[in-house]
Ligand binder design. Structure first.
Ligand SMILES: CC(C)[C@H](C(=O)O)[C@@H](O)C(=O)O
Ligand code: SF4
Length: 472
């Protein structure tokens, strides 16, 4: 009998086109996603060498980072405009399909890949973007690459990669009411640190993962990179196939059934080994809020921000002091006492229809606190349309949120949505680094539900009690 294998090993083996001892493997790439920020020099490299895009049919481009979410037709910043225009010219010249900013398929690259059915189990997927791991939710091996690698993939449809170590991130039991996929991944990174995944591709397994929807799985896989991992994925199952059925690029009819049989066989075999295993109990996870300047600096909403004096190691002390200083927080302060002035519901982590629905459920019938500027930015044009069809936009607008066009928006300060210096934002995105949402801005990462509750309250509140109060 064959030795049991995990999905990472299976997908890797199926894609190696050249291998030499002690050297990286040459891996075939099934889907190359492209956006305006990391592709200009790559196309320029092709042009200089007189090369073509090897497989335009396996390459798909969108613009997301620089687009304005106020008015899709206007871009004031000249650098942003240049990147957008350059992508359009490059796609035309090299024959790459592009959903430009007025196109109905447009949106954040990691939102539209799954939506269009481009993202499929067992595919190798790359993009010049660190959150490419999102696509791992489907059992794809999906990872971010640098601009020179983007050029290599454009030219050859392959990439040199050292075989990864594999890790099983096992989530036992069930998540409690009001506790989300975002809280789970923050708690995982909070528990094991922002580097525990370094050198690994992670597979998330266990009962809690199996019961997540596809959109929730994407939230989890999205943040694998924040744990240092090369990629994160989840073995495909009925939830995956159900989500995929009928999407534009997914095989239809009998071909779909055949594809499902193949996809099913990719799932990790019973008894397969990994190079490492970590475990966490889902029932112990509470709604999380980050207090510091990396995603691992997070605590439950019921807790207080750490005090550096309680640390023994001096580097840890310094790290906490510096983060508290940047964040303008007091050691030992309860996180629920922290007041905010901005709320951002969006980004490739939490801007899908189910995220907006859940946030709208919290907001319904309430008003945004008068000192808070709150925006909702759907991840794609089609998420926006679907939400509007359900009246979700109305719930947000009546509460005092701005309802925006799709794009990366306030996730990073690359467009006109910026948190001002000293501003404090409850954000559903994935990075809380210094200056991430604008120079001197302070970011607290939370789930969409927690962001919605913070918008109404003007400070962080436990969404579990917030909803309980509403029921009473
Ligand atoms: C601009 C882009 C290259 C970057 C990334 O790689 O992730 C961005 O998407 C981010 O989230 O920081
Ligand atoms: S939404 Fe944020 S994290 Fe996602 S691709 Fe855009 S900038 Fe990067």
């Amino acid at each position: 009998m064959q030795k049991p294998k995990n999905i990472i090993q299976k997908v890797w083996e199926q894609h190696v086109v050249y291998q030499e001892e002690e050297k990286p493997d040459l891996l075939y790439i099934d889907l190359h996603l492209v956006h305006e920020v990391t592709s200009p020099q790559a196309f320029e490299g092709l042009r200089m060498n007189g090369r073509k895009v090897r497989r335009p049919d396996l390459t798909y481009a969108t613009m997301d980072h620089n687009v304005s979410t106020r008015d899709r037709n206007v871009i004031n910043d000249p650098v942003s405009k240049k990147q957008i225009d350059t992508l359009k010219e490059n796609c035309q010249e090299f024959g790459v399909e592009l959903s430009d900013r007025q196109h109905p398929d447009n949106g954040i690259v990691h939102v539209i890949g799954p939506e269009l059915g481009l993202t499929q189990p067992g595919k190798t997927i790359v993009c010049g973007d660190s959150h490419t791991s999102t696509h791992g939710a489907f059992g794809a091996l999906a990872f971010g690459i640098g601009t020179s690698e983007v050029e290599h993939v454009l030219a050859t449809q392959t990439i040199w990669q050292a075989p990864p170590k594999t890790m099983n991130v096992k989530v036992n039991g069930k998540l409690g009411t009001g506790v989300t996929a975002k809280d789970l991944i923050l708690a995982i990174i909070g528990k094991f640190g922002v580097q525990f995944g370094t050198g690994y591709v992670m597979e998330y397994t266990g009962e809690a993962i199996r019961s997540l929807s596809m959109e929730e799985r994407m939230t989890v896989c999205n943040m694998s990179i924040e744990a240092g991992a090369r990629a994160g994925l989840i073995s495909p199952d009925e939830t995956t196939f159900e989500y995929m059925k009928g999407r534009r690029h997914v095989p239809k009819g009998e071909a779909f059934e055949e594809a499902v049989a193949k996809w099913r066989s990719l799932a990790t075999d019973e008894g397969a080994d990994y190079d490492a295993v970590v475990e966490i109990e889902a029932s112990e996870v509470e709604p999380q809020v980050t207090w510091g300047t990396n995603p691992g600096m997070c605590i439950p909403i019921t807790a207080s921000v750490p005090n550096p004096d309680n640390e023994e190691k001096s580097n840890k002390k310094d790290e906490i002091s510096r983060a508290l200083q940047y964040m303008g927080l007091e050691a030992g302060q309860p996180i629920s006492s922290v007041e905010i002035d901005h709320v951002f519901i969006g980004s490739c982590t939490n801007s899908r229809l189910s995220d907006l629905r859940k946030a709208a459920d919290v907001v319904r019938g309430h008003k945004v606190n008068p000192k808070v500027k709150a925006i909702v930015v759907p991840g794609s044009f089609s998420v926006k349309l679907a939400a509007e069809k359900e009246g979700i936009d109305q719930i947000f607008k009546e509460a005092g949120f701005e309802w925006r066009e799709a794009g990366c928006s306030m996730c990073l300060a690359m467009n006109d949505d910026i948190v001002p210096p000293g501003g404090r934002c409850a954000s559903t995105s994935n990075r809380n680094f210094e200056g991430r949402q604008g120079n001197g801005s302070r970011t607290h990462l939370v789930s969409p539900e927690m962001a919605a509750a913070a918008a109404v309250s003007g400070r962080f509140v436990d969404v579990r009690q917030f909803t309980a109060q509403e029921v009473l």
